[in-house]
Write a new protein. Structure first.
Length: 445
């Protein structure tokens, strides 16, 4: 499998550090509010990547953090009349509901900042001791960007140009405008004792420590939204280089953002669609996301979403028809393969093997939808449709577009037979009543 590596600006072969195992970490949310559909894109992308790797028989160990200690959380706590932890827990629970909403696997590892404080303090202290960081008179600790000549490698920025042309906020105690906080002196809300006084960690530090805690060294893939490339992920690499002598991950993978039309979707601009408020099937939104290359911006509109609601209905309709045919005729057999099913799965795998090209993968799924509709007309080749169902079912699981479908019980099977008999004798009134009853039981005809 080949993936685009932001660090090298090339599509490169994914070569796991440990044979048969892929380790993934992507940056999670700061939990002070609900998430919007743009925030859901990394959830959908990295979940799909994980499921595809598992489809390829890799064991995947994936982690994604919760930033549950942050000034935004403190401000929201004051606004809602809650404690910081109450706010954090509220929005962590809401986030995990959204993870499930989009049919993403929620069994990944979920480290939290508040559970990692001793290790973060130890990490910062090591950087101070080796000269990569310095303490100020106010009790803040900053990373010394000038201590790492390779700073800027991820985002293709040169350290000399950054330092000379710095236009970031410059505080008197900082040696350079691009030095960033590892520990911040703080006396409000949740604070922790440290060698530099009471405070809390800087945002750029937490993931370095969490990744090392979980994986004990380098990982295969680190990523998140493209907006994190600079400065967040650049700063993570800088700290890891100075503390651990590696760049955290072999592959750096970033997804593009979701716009609202032509504008950036942002909580601060107020042009967001909250995941919890989506009026369509959430899997129709997942389908929309997978219909764009993951490194391309999605220009979301209601009209665009409506197109993918229709497309997902087409997929479900074909799946339901074939499921029903196999169920009624008791033909389910996961071992059946045909030349056609093997060819379809080969095309699907080839699409995903080349930088997770989900639009091309979906084109295979749409071809299957057409094939199902054609194959169920007239005389049916049972071996062919069983084999097609097997690959169709697997592809939908990989893309997270699957849904639970129960087989008929004996009573429902008899109802279905009665529906066929009523249609045969053209008793359409009876057929319509039975059809409605079957629909109520979850079997739309």
């Amino acid at each position: 499998m080949r993936l685009y590596n932001t660090y090298t600006n090339k599509i490169e072969e994914l070569k796991p550090i440990k044979e048969g195992v892929v380790t993934i970490y992507y940056c999670g949310p700061t939990v002070y509010n609900y998430i919007h559909i743009g925030n859901a894109r990394p959830i959908i992308f990295f979940d799909t990547l994980k499921k595809y790797l598992e489809h390829k028989n890799y064991k995947v160990i994936m982690a994604s953090n919760f930033t549950d200690l942050n000034e935004k959380i403190l401000a929201q706590a004051k606004k809602e009349g809650l404690t910081e932890m109450e706010v954090a827990n509220k929005y962590i629970n809401a986030y995990l509901e959204d993870v499930k909403r989009f049919n993403a696997d929620d069994s990944y590892i979920k480290p939290r900042v508040t559970e990692t404080i001793p290790e973060i303090i130890e990490f910062v202290d090591e950087l101070v001791k080796n000269g990569s960081a310095y303490k100020t008179e106010t009790g803040d600790v900053y990373f010394r960007v000038s201590s790492l000549p390779t700073y800027g490698a991820l985002s293709n920025r040169k350290i000399d140009e950054l330092i000379q042309g710095a236009r970031v906020e410059v505080r008197d105690e900082k040696e350079s405008g691009y030095d960033f906080a590892l520990w911040k002196s703080f006396n409000e809300g949740i604070v922790y004792d440290s060698p530099w006084g009471k405070g809390r960690p800087g945002w750029h530090t937490e993931c370095c420590v969490m990744i090392n805690n979980i994986f004990k060294g380098m990982i295969d893939i680190h990523g998140g939204g493209a907006d994190l490339i600079f400065p967040h992920h650049e700063n993570e690499i800088a700290q890891a280089e100075c503390a651990y002598h590696h760049r955290i991950a072999n592959h750096w993978v970033h997804n593009a953002r979701v716009n609202f039309g032509k504008e950036k979707m942002s909580k601060s601009l107020g042009n967001v669609v909250w995941c919890k408020d989506l009026t369509c099937d959430p899997l129709a939104y997942r389908l929309l996301v997978l219909s764009f290359p993951y490194r391309n911006i999605i220009p979301y509109t209601d009209e665009l979403q409506a197109q993918f609601v229709d497309q997902y209905e087409r997929i479900k309709s074909a799946y339901n028809k074939l499921f029903l045919y196999l169920d009624v005729n008791n033909l389910f057999d996961s071992k059946v393969q045909t030349e056609k099913s093997v060819e379809l799965m080969k095309r699907f795998d080839e699409a995903n093997d080349e930088d997770m090209n989900t639009p091309n993968g979906l084109s295979v799924i749409y071809d299957i939808v057409k094939l199902i509709n054609q194959s169920l007309r007239g005389e049916v080749n049972n071996e062919l449709v069983v084999s097609i169902f097997n690959v169709f079912d697997e592809m939908l699981k990989v893309y997270g577009l699957n849904y639970k479908k129960e087989r008929m019980d004996e009573e429902t099977r008899n109802l279905y037979t009665s529906w066929l008999d009523a249609k045969k004798v053209k008793d359409f009134e009876k057929a319509d009543k039975i059809r409605e009853e079957l629909k109520n039981r979850g079997f739309a005809l």
